[in-house]
Design a protein around this ligand. Structure first.
Ligand SMILES: Cc1ncc(COP(=O)(O)O)c(C=O)c1O
Length: 373
């Protein structure tokens, strides 16, 4: 199957390191075929696609709570958690509700590539905060809260996209404390959290009263089974924010996708797939750390992407262009900027999307040669 970058590049594609699609574990196809056959044999299949349940059916919600349990514990009240069609839609809704037109959203200075566009659609202003190896710098966050009166903070504390930072527990507590003091809501996107089971507890478990927790299945199960579970601070908050959207059919999670996800969470398949993705990500990250060992590589064990800081004499755009000619696609730092603040001289390599690990290795060898490592 041609990779996305092959459509844009003239050179034959060796490795597309631009997209963070999780690797497909060998067990995936067999599990999906079996589940589709079981669904096909279900005498109520036609009814399943005749109905759609906004926020998910009770069994979808039960599955969602089970999926969130390793991160949030088992005390999330029914009605506090809702099932959505994915993180992007959930964050759009949260920005509209929590930040509002022309309100200010703070976030990491470099963040998820989609955030700027989601913010534009929600008509919110976005300001990036300086980050270090531990994530958002508390003093900078506090100064912004005091001087700029933001409504919310969007953050990605575990395996931050793109810098791979994993916020320490101390830092999470500091950020939560400041946010609570200034009445700022936190939107915590834990897209990669299930792939890092040893990471500190989510901000949502430290400060559940002010945090909206979003965990999608795109990275830890499959991009095409995109659902996101959203847990608000309380049942009342969740219903106030999500309730009005229940009238919109596009908000109701796709019933076939949800049926598979619910089944897979219930019977352990989702966990099995997530473990296999974690295993493959670990192997790929080890390859990157070893083949690019002479470079200024920022990474974490098992990270699906790595952040490569370049020396001043290495122009990142030239590197992107020359690698593209050799069939290797990577993303320059600009694609992660949330505002017009200058970006560091760095690039992101998503190790996860090449179908085969051998392509990851070939691509990394080409990058190592380009950097004269
Ligand atoms: C930080 C972050 N959150 C969420 C997602 C996935 O969003 P969705 O659930 O809409 O597929 C991604 C995918 O690139 C991401 O990088």
């Amino acid at each position: 199957m041609p990779e996305q970058a092959a459509l844009e590049a003239d050179a034959p594609i060796v490795a597309d390191f631009t997209r963070s699609i999780p690797p497909t574990p060998p067990i995936f196809r067999a599990r999906l075929s079996a589940s589709l056959s079981e669904l096909a044999a279900n005498p109520h299949l036609d009814m399943l696609v005749r109905t759609s349940a906004s926020g998910g059916t009770p069994s979808d919600q039960e599955a969602g709570l089970k999926w969130l349990e390793p991160k949030l514990g088992d005390q999330i009240a029914t009605g506090r958690m809702t099932v959505t069609n994915g993180t992007q839609g959930a964050v759009l809704l949260l920005l509209e509700a929590l930040v509002g037109q022309n309100g200010l959203l703070l976030t990491e200075a470099l963040s998820w590539g989609a955030l700027r566009e989601i913010g534009r659609r929600a008509h919110v202003r976005i300001k990036g905060l300086p980050i270090d190896d531990d994530g958002i710098i508390p003093d900078a966050f506090e100064a912004a809260c005091r001087d700029l009166r933001p409504k919310a903070l969007y953050c990605n504390p575990t395996d931050q996209n793109p810098t791979t930072a994993i916020m320490s527990e101390t830092r999470r507590r500091q950020i939560a404390e400041i946010a609570r003091h200034y009445g700022v809501a936190i939107i915590e996107d834990d897209a990669l959290g299930r792939l890092h089971p040893g990471s500190p507890a989510p901000i949502a478990s430290i400060a559940p009263d002010i945090t909206w927790y979003v965990m999608g299945l795109t990275k830890c199960v499959a991009q095409g089974l995109r659902l996101a579970y959203v847990a608000g601070p309380s049942v009342a908050d969740t219903q106030r924010v999500i309730g009005p959207a229940h009238k919109l059919s596009f908000w109701a999670p796709n019933p076939l996708t949800t049926a598979i996800a619910t089944r897979w969470i219930g019977d352990g398949t989702a966990e099995e797939i997530c473990t296999a993705i974690r295993h493959e990500s670990k192997k790929r990250e080890e390859l990157a750390s070893s083949l690019l060992s002479g470079a200024d590589l920022v990474s974490k064990p098992g990270a699906m992407h790595v952040w490569l800081r370049l020396p001043p004499e290495q122009d990142r755009h030239q590197l992107v262009a020359s690698l593209k000619d050799k069939g290797v696609a990577i993303r320059p730092a600009e694609l992660f900027a949330v505002d017009d603040t200058p970006v560091p001289n760095a690039v992101r390599l998503s190790l996860s999307s090449p179908l085969d690990r051998s392509h990851v290795e070939q691509g990394l060898r080409i990058i190592a040669a380009a950097l004269k490592l």
